[in-house]
Design a protein around this ligand. Structure first.
Ligand code: UNU
Ligand code: FES
Ligand code: FE
Length: 446
C-alpha cells in the first residue's frame, strides 16, 4: 500500500475505519509516521546523572537513551550488531557500558562498539568496530523533554513542535522551573489501535461528561457540572480547543487545572503562587492557559492531561494493541510533598487502574475490535463537531475552536496524519503544509 488519500476525508471530516484495523495501514504508519516524526523518549529528570540510562521504544523498535559524560543525551537501537540480541534488558540504571548477554560485545554509553571478546584471536584484527556501532537515533531536547527521530531529513525538534511551543512554553516553562516527569512509568497493555487514545486525548472533550459521568460525580469540583451532559452546561464558555500545523493540539477547560484532583491543595497553591510570574512572562492570555485543564497530544503518540498531570506514551504493538506508559508530570521546583500528592492523584485517576483510565479502556478496545466485522469496517467515522465554529485567532496560534467540546483538534490530528501518510519525504510534507490551515474554512470566525 502506498499513500492513500481516501483514508481521511478532510473536507467532510471523516476517517475510514480501516485506520483502526488494517495491517497495511499500520505498516504504512510505521514507515511514514513513526520512522520520520519526532517521538517522545522522556524527560531528563528520568536520567539526571551522567551514565544514567532508560530503555524505551520508538514504535516497536527498542531504544537505549543514555546520559553522556558531556551532559548530552544519545539514543541508539537496543539490538546488538553481532547477531541481533537485545543489548540491555534493564528498564533503567547507571552504566559505564552495555555488555551484550549473548557473546559479550561491549557498547559505550554512546552506542559505539568498544570491546569484542577475543577480538584479535577470533577476528584476526579484521573487525571494523566503528562500522559496528549500535544504530544511532537523532536526539533533541525541548525544555528538558527528550525526543528521538530516525529521519535525517526531518526538521529540527523546535520546527516540528512549531507554533505548539507557544502553548507548551506556558506549562513546560511556566512560572517556575517548569515541569518534569516522575517515573518509572506504569506499564499496561490495552487492546486497541494507538490512534484511539491519541485522538481521544488530543481532541475529545465530548466524552468527558458521558464516559466519565460517574467518576466526575464522585470527584465533584469544576468538572462535576459536566457529569451526564446536563442541559445547563455552558458549552461555549467552558474553554477552547486548539490544533497546530503538525497535528499537535489540546482542549482547554478554563480555571480547572487541578479539577480532577480531589486533594489538589498543594498543586492549587503552587499554581496560585506562580501564575503571577506566568502573567508577567507570557501575558494574561497565556496565564489563562496555565490555570486551565488541558487534554493534549504531541503528534503522533504522546498524550497528556495538564492539571491532572498524567503523561502517556502509547507504544504501538501491531494494529490492535498498545503498551501504555504512564508517567506523572510535576513542577520541578515544587516541594516533595506536593510532587508526591500530585503523583498520587494522577495515579488514582489516570494510572493503570485509575478511576477515569478504566472508564476509557473499554471504549478504546471496542472502537478497535468492532472493526473485525468486514461490513462494519467498510464504513467511515465522523468528526464534524464544530466545523465552521473555528478559525485563526487574534491571540492564539494555529486554529482555535469555539469550545472545549468540539472536534477541531481531531480534524487537525487526522489532517497531519494524512499529510505524513501521503508524503514521500519531509520536503513534500513541508511544501504541502505551508497552507495547512486552509481546510479550516471559516477565516473570520474569531
Ligand atoms: O478523559 C479525558 N481525556 C479528560 C478528562 C479530559 C479533560 C478532563 C478530564
Ligand atoms: Fe460516539 Fe458511540 S457515541 S462512539
Ligand atoms: Fe477519558
Amino acid at each position: 500500500m502506498s499513500g492513500d488519500t481516501t483514508l481521511v476525508d478532510t473536507v467532510n471530516a471523516s476517517q475510514s475505519r480501516q485506520v483502526f484495523w488494517d495491517r497495511d495501514v499500520y505498516d504504512l504508519e510505521i514507515e511514514r509516521i513513526f520512522s520520520r516524526a519526532w517521538l517522545m523518549l522522556g524527560h531528563k529528570s528520568l536520567l539526571p546523572k551522567p551514565g544514567d540510562f532508560i530503555t524505551t521504544y520508538m514504535a516497536e523498535d527498542k531504544i537505549i537513551l543514555s546520559h553522556q559524560s558531556d551532559g548530552t543525551f544519545r539514543a541508539f537501537i537496543n539490538s546488538c550488531t553481532h547477531r541481533g540480541n537485545q543489548i540491555c534488558h534493564a528498564d533503567s540504571g547507571n552504566a559505564k557500558a552495555f555488555v551484550c548477554n549473548y557473546h559479550g560485545w561491549v557498547y559505550g554509553q554512546d552506542g559505539s562498539l568498544v570491546d569484542v571478546p577475543l577480538e584479535s584471536r577470533c577476528y584476526h584484527n579484521k573487525l571494523d568496530k566503528q562500522e559496528l556501532a549500535a544504530k544511532s537515533v537523532r536526539v533533541e531536547t525541548y525544555k528538558g523533554f527528550i525526543f528521538g527521530c530516525h529521519d535525517p531529513e526531518a526538521p529540527s525538534l523546535e520546527d516540528y513542535l512549531g507554533e505548539f511551543r507557544f502553548y507548551l512554553d506556558t506549562i513546560w516553562e511556566g512560572g517556575g522551573a517548569g515541569l518534569e516527569l516522575l517515573g518509572p512509568p506504569m506499564k499496561s497493555l490495552l487492546h486497541c489501535n494507538w490512534k484511539v487514545p491519541a485522538e481521544n486525548f488530543v481532541g475529545d472533550g465530548y466524552h468527558v461528561g458521558w464516559t466519565h459521568a460517574a467518576a466526575l460525580g464522585q470527584i465533584g469540583g469544576p468538572f462535576a457540572g459536566l457529569a451526564g451532559n446536563r442541559a445547563d452546561i455552558p458549552f461555549d464558555d467552558l474553554g477552547l480547543q486548539f490544533t497546530t500545523r503538525h497535528g499537535h493540539g489540546f482542549g482547554l477547560v478554563d480555571n480547572a487545572a487541578a479539577g480532577i484532583h480531589r486533594k489538589g491543595d498543594g498543586w492549587n497553591k503552587y499554581l496560585e503562587d506562580t501564575r503571577g510570574e506566568v502573567r508577567r512572562k507570557f501575558g494574561a492570555d497565556r496565564e489563562r492557559l496555565y490555570v486551565g485543564h488541558w487534554n493534549g497530544g504531541i503528534f503522533p503518540n504522546c498524550s497528556f492531561l495538564y492539571g491532572t498531570n498524567t503523561f502517556k506514551i502509547w507504544h504501538p504493538r501491531g494494529p490492535h494493541e498498545i503498551e501504555v506508559w504512564t508517567y506523572t508530570m510535576v513542577p520541578s521546583d515544587a516541594d516533595p510533598a506536593t510532587k508526591s500528592a500530585i503523583q498520587r492523584e494522577a495515579t488514582r485517576t489516570f494510572g493503570t487502574a485509575g478511576t477515569l483510565e478504566s472508564d476509557d479502556g473499554e471504549n478504546m478496545s471496542s472502537a478497535t475490535y468492532v472493526n473485525r466485522g468486514v461490513i462494519t469496517r467498510d464504513g467511515m467515522m465522523n468528526s464534524t463537531m464544530g466545523v465552521g465554529y473555528e478559525g485563526p485567532h487574534p491571540v492564539y496560534p494555529g486554529i482555535v475552536g469555539i469550545s472545549f467540546i468540539g472536534e477541531t483538534s481531531y480534524r487537525g490530528f487526522y489532517r497531519f496524519w494524512k499529510e505524513m501518510i501521503d508524503a514521500p519525504d519531509w520536503a513534500s510534507v513541508k511544501a504541502n503544509d505551508d497552507n495547512w490551515d486552509s481546510v479550516f474554512t471559516n477565516r473570520n470566525f474569531w
